[in-house]
Design a protein around this ligand. Sequence first.
Ligand code: TXA
Ligand code: MG
Length: 356
Amino acid sequence: MQTKIVQIHSLDSPCAQNAIKDAAEVIRRGGLVVFPTETVYGLGGDATNPLAASRIYAAKGRPSDNPLIIHVADPADTCRYAVTCPLYDRLASELMPGPLTVVLPVLPIIPSEVTASLPTVAVRCPENPIARALIREAGVPIAAPSANLSGSPSPTSGAHVIKDMDGRVDYIIDGGASDIGLESTIVKIEDDGTLLLLRPGGITVEMLTSLGCTVKIADAVTAGLKDGETVLSPGMKYKHYAPKASLILLDGDRIKRFDFLKKHMEVMKQAGKKCALLAYSEECAELSAAFADVQIFDFGSQENEEEQARLLFARLRETDAFDLDEIYAPLPGLKGMGLALYNRMIRAAAHRILHL
Ligand code: TXA
Ligand code: MG
């Protein structure tokens, strides 16, 4: 398949307006368009067209039992596709458009191919102006998973989507680097009016509770964090967002992590293994001095979890260019954006955590 690739820097230019029109036409015809959102890039198709949904699964190489998020141009449009409620309206008025996906009872207009036959549908209104212009112009909701090949880290730049999706979709809109860098927060509105957090993201638990919401965190969000466990089982079926090399997370303060690395890097060197470190900016200089022959990837300031979120997937992809055996990274905390980083990193690491 020939993929048309267009860069959009600003929606104001006539070129950008034409690109949005062309891409919207592709969506209406049942084709696939990769588009930027503030979280990660999406691989979009008409959410009311079962054939488009099947094409999305095929392009991603994703099993069709994993449902898709539908994207709307305006939070008020959700009631056309799902049964909304006062709590939805509240979340919509406070936090949308933005990195929040809400799971609601589905209406029949959305085909079972999109929901994987669940009685619910996940709905999100992205904040990115290109995404909203595209959905509005298409005139239909856009079903879109992250635009990576199944198993790879989600794409956060035009280069990532071109690498994964060139030749597999009709159209790619390159809108530059993603602002947030991790996928949206997903909450399900329960019958008792509480929120079940299914996936943490840019809208944090703290933000939801500060609105007066009661939030229960689904076990799967932090699964693998058991008292007293040292190394947790790899469990391939939980492996997502994975780099080619084995990622291992180090749970301990700076001194403990340095002590461990000093001993372990020597052992790995003797064994002829190639290692790399994903390191906080503040620690890069010290680590480079201590481990001259170990590749070091800066993934942002320890104080700035938003920066780490923005860089994580790009850094994981960069490591694939080197023939590495193991990558070590610090284990994030569980507060604020830390919970989303933790959730993605334990999956990328297939739950390999060393408690130091
Ligand atoms: O930020 C995002 O959410 C990005 C951008 C493109 O919007 N999309 C995204 O989609 O991350 P995807 O398909 O990679 O992840 C969607 C997640 C999946 O884990 C899926 O199982 C879950 O949402 N999901 C979809 N519909 C659901 C439903 N009805 N109930 C529970 N989970 C659902
Ligand atoms: Mg995904």
